[in-house]
Design a protein around this ligand. Structure first.
Ligand SMILES: *[C@@H]1O[C@H](CO)[C@@H](O)[C@H](O)[C@H]1NC(C)=O
Ligand SMILES: *[C@@H]1O[C@H](CO)[C@@H](O)[C@H](O)[C@H]1NC(C)=O
Ligand SMILES: *[C@@H]1O[C@H](CO)[C@@H](O)[C@H](O)[C@H]1NC(C)=O
Ligand SMILES: *[C@@H]1O[C@H](CO)[C@@H](O)[C@H](O)[C@H]1NC(C)=O
Ligand SMILES: *[C@@H]1O[C@H](CO)[C@@H](O)[C@H](O)[C@H]1NC(C)=O
Ligand SMILES: *[C@@H]1O[C@H](CO)[C@@H](O)[C@H](O)[C@H]1NC(C)=O
Ligand SMILES: [Zn+2]
Length: 768
């Protein structure tokens, strides 16, 4: 359309420097409290001809569809933010599932931060004697003394202790116990759930101090952040910490209480005494963090012995387990695990080398996992560092990966800001140690494949050396035996972990869904976002095990298959065109959006490490976050009227409508907000209402808005508005614009189809 956005502003929550628009606080309350309306079942089945219907978006962000259950079951079911299934009506047989041509799987965010969590302390944790399922709201009580398991149908006795309800302090009401009233609960576990005494919180920081690291300048910010958050590290009086720095050699630090100052050691004979009690050695730790940045500021050492440093870290941590946090700024060049560049600088769009170059990092990660050590990687590198190989250290030890391409403390303030925000969250977020997660499901269903960062211990059991509240998992399922015996299917995820206070705990989530035998019911209950996320995970695996074009074809075929199956088996419509059930009307759009993501796109220049990082994110981000990254929410902000507004008590709250992601929807007289989950953009048109500019940006008019303005918005506004972590870019305005426009996924780009062209492509594929 030739429309040039004059100003793009990244909003940042860092400094409250302007007065928020008076109405924005209302708006933020509205957006924060907005809940989309789940679609009615009748609507979900309405055939939608995609070639004719253009306005497909709901007014508000799409919510998870509600399973078709009785109100009682609905009320107690697990939150979709924790546990979601791609099909909220489970097909009775694999044959029916095959017919639907939709994937069956779970999206799980098991350790997310919760406001409310019933914690149960009791001598007996009631479980099915046959399949070990934890008692849950979906079991049936045959009488006061017997309950029937909802997963394997065995009849179990109710133990005496269970007859007493600690919440109501009454006897004889087993069905009122919190375990059977809440589908998410946490048990304090007894010693039966321990292989050894629970470990304390142990944190080791492994820091790159090579010349390259000094140039990038991250160390000072890391030390500052850790100093600031030292007392907020999750743990208790037993918490231990240690530090290790490396360039071509490895340096250890003796921080034993009683020393007058930290001692640097370059030894080969290391032992556990280098991990010190944080409380006892706090002053020495502070000393070290204060002096570290200066210690290496003159370093000329360009080599990086990351592999040996990780091996040393493994040795230090083996006796206890715990968390290793690695900061790396370049390709490792020395010793075990050294790597060579595989990126051809002349061929940025290459889609080769998506897998690791060596199994060194995977093997070490498996050793770590065996000793309950999780390894998290912060990669801050402007050059290719082979993330495909390095990420294995976190992937198989249940760690997290953070990546800051072209990190530089002066030249790239946006990355620095993001790094600081991420670090603060990282250091202070909840953590669980020596964890395992088991997924059980109703007899007949079985687990096919897991996605995420973990080590698979057995078919239904994941080893998680560490568990954090920001990581999610996906699980592909299949139907082995007919589910005809029951009208309900249940899934239970049980996460057994050691809290940072050294307590064994079990967090249990149970999800209940109806079983159906009609294809139309399967479609009516399809959860298009969950399906998209599961397919995204599958596509990542496929692009590594096969190749990228194969993975992309599979995604397009998923759309072709759905349209074909729906047309021939359900819709009974003779009309031509692309017809899908309303529940799946956004499917082709979401798939197109997936194909345009860094992880899966072709054509456009995508650096190898950036692609690999995007792939890592697909595998570990929770659904809500991933969907906003793939298909952001776009709103017009400047002309919200009271028409159609919510009336909350006496306050009128205007409600902006979601807009399609196309430049056609932007106009010069408007202001538009794009919510991408971890970043959001405010796009301001040239002829935008001056009152809005004045009130929101604190500038008298459009002309006075600096072209590179970074709006550091009011903390409260941002917190309420998007509840996201944000960052802004000051200098690379052009790249900000490019990024903004890349998110307009319905538009054609140099190398990718527009939405309309994509539909035509699907139609063409169908006729083949
Ligand atoms: C909201 O903004 C409008 C102008 O857009 C103004 O007329 C109105 O008084 C504001 N309402 C409140 C409650 O501040
Ligand atoms: C547990 O369930 C009961 C009954 O449904 C409910 O009143 C209570 O708020 C729930 N507890 C929590 C912590 O969610
Ligand atoms: C990708 O993999 C598919 C299936 O294995 C194969 O047929 C195809 O030739 C491969 N394409 C490329 C570009 O390697
Ligand atoms: C259902 O759709 C599939 C896929 O298009 C097709 O192979 C099958 O024959 C159809 N079945 C019926 C009963 O129409
Ligand atoms: C805002 O402007 C757009 C484009 O002119 C228009 O379609 C929309 O109805 C307006 N919204 C309100 C609430 O006036
Ligand atoms: C509406 O008023 C009730 C009672 O005064 C209060 O509890 C509730 O929080 C208010 N709702 C909103 C959205 O302000
Ligand atoms: Zn059972």
């Amino acid at each position: 359309t030739g429309l040039k956005p004059p100003v793009i502003i990244y909003l940042s929550s860092s400094s409250p420097s302007f007065q928020p628009f008076p109405n924005l606080s209302q708006l933020s309350a509205a957006l924060g409290g907005l809940s989309g309306v789940p679609e009615l079942e009748v609507e979900a089945l309405r055939p939608v001809n995609l070639l004719q219907e253009r306005n497909l978006l709901p007014p508000r962000p799409l919510e998870a569809p509600e399973p078709n259950l009785t109100p009682d079951l609905k009320k107690v079911n697990c939150s979709p933010q924790t546990f979601r299934c791609t099909l909220t009506s489970i097909p009775q047989t694999q044959a029916l599932l095959n017919k639907a041509r939709l994937p069956l799987g779970l999206l799980l965010h098991p350790f997310r931060d919760l406001q409310q969590l019933p914690v149960i302390t009791s001598n007996t944790i009631v479980r099915c004697r046959s399949c070990r399922t934890y008692i849950n709201p979906f079991v049936t009580f045959l009488d006061q003394r017997r309950w029937k398991c909802n997963l394997c149908y065995r009849v179990n006795d109710v133990p005496d202790e269970f007859m007493y309800n600690p919440v109501t302090r009454s006897y004889g009401e087993p069905h009122k116990r919190p375990e059977v009233q809440n589908s998410t609960v946490e048990f304090i576990a007894s010693s039966d759930y321990m292989l050894r005494p629970p470990q304390p919180a142990v944190y080791l920081f492994v820091l790159d101090v090579s010349h390259n690291a000094v140039e990038a300048g991250y160390l000072k910010y890391f030390c500052e952040s850790l100093l600031e958050n030292l007392d907020k590290l999750p743990g208790d009086t037993r918490t231990r910490v240690g530090f290790l720095t490396f360039d071509s050699t490895i340096h250890f630090y003796n921080l034993q209480e009683g020393l007058s100052q930290p001692q640097m050691l370059v030894v080969s004979d290391i032992d556990g005494t280098l991990m010190v009690n944080l409380k006892e050695s706090k002053e020495l730790v502070k000393d070290l963090l204060t002096s570290l940045p200066a210690m290496f500021s003159q370093s000329r050492e360009t080599h990086s012995a990351l592999g040996p440093a990780l091996q040393a870290a493994f040795k230090l941590m083996s006796p206890t387990g715990g968390r290793v946090t690695v900061f790396q700024t370049q390709l490792p060049t020395l010793g075990a695990g050294k790597l060579q560049s595989r990126e051809d600088p002349n061929q940025r769009s290459s889609t080769k080398h998506l897998g690791p170059a060596t199994d060194f990092y995977k093997k070490l990660a498996l050793d770590c996992s065996g000793q309950q050590i999780g390894v998290d990687l912060f990669l801050l590198s402007s050059q290719y560092a082979d993330l495909a190989s390095l990420a294995c250290i976190s992937k198989y030890s249940a760690g997290s990966v953070f990546y800051y391409p072209s990190f530089h403390y002066i030249h790239n303030p946006a990355q620095l800001e993001k790094f600081q925000k991420d670090l603060e969250r990282y250091l202070t977020r909840k953590i669980g140690f020596e964890a395992v997660m088991r997924i059980r499901c109703t007899k007949g269903l079985s687990i096919h494949t897991f996605h995420g960062n973990f080590f698979v211990r057995s078919t239904d059991l994941l080893s998680l050396a560490n568990v954090n509240p920001d990581s999610a998992f996906a699980v592909q399922m299949s139907i082995e035996d007919s589910l005809a015996d029951s009208s309900l299917a249940c899934f239970q995820a049980a996460l057994l972990y050691t809290s940072n206070k050294g307590k064994r705990r079990i967090r249990v989530h149970t999800l209940c869904l109806p079983v159906v035998n009609q294809l139309s019911d399967v479609y009516a209950g399809a959860d298009v976002q969950a399906i998209t996320c599961l397919l995204a995970n599958m596509a990542i695996d496929r692009s590594i095990s096969s190749n990228l074009s194969d993975a992309r074809d599979a995604l397009v075929n998923a759309v072709v298959d759905l349209v074909t199956a729906y047309k021939s088996n359900v819709s009974n419509l003779q009309q031509s065109g692309l017809v899908v059930p309303a529940s799946m009307r956004l499917f082709p759009l979401y798939i197109l959006a997936l194909l345009k993501q860094k992880a899966l796109r072709t054509g456009t220049s995508t650096r190898l490490d950036e692609r690999v990082f995007a792939m890592c994110e697909f595998k570990t981000q929770p659904l809500q976050q991933l969907m906003r990254m793939v298909h952001p929410d776009l709103y017009r902000m400047d002309n919200m009227s009271d028409q159609g507004a919510l009336h909350l008590n006496d306050t009128v709250v205007p409600q902006p409508h979601l807009l399609h992601l196309s430049a056609e929807r932007l106009s010069r007289d408007g202001a538009f907000l794009m919510d991408c989950g971890n970043v959001f953009y405010l796009w301001i048109g040239k002829c935008c209402n001056e009152m809005f500019i004045r009130d929101v940006l604190g500038c008298p008019n459009y002309a006075s808005v600096p072209p590179n303005m970074v709006s550091e918005t009011n903390e409260h506004f941002v917190a309420n508005l998007l509840k996201a972590s944000l960052f802004f870019s000051l200098r690379d305005d052009a790249s900000a614009k490019a990024t903004f426009f890349q998110h307009l996924v319905e538009d054609r780009s140099e190398s990718a189809l527009s939405y309309h062209e994509f539909l035509q492509h699907v139609q063409l594929q169908m006729s083949k």
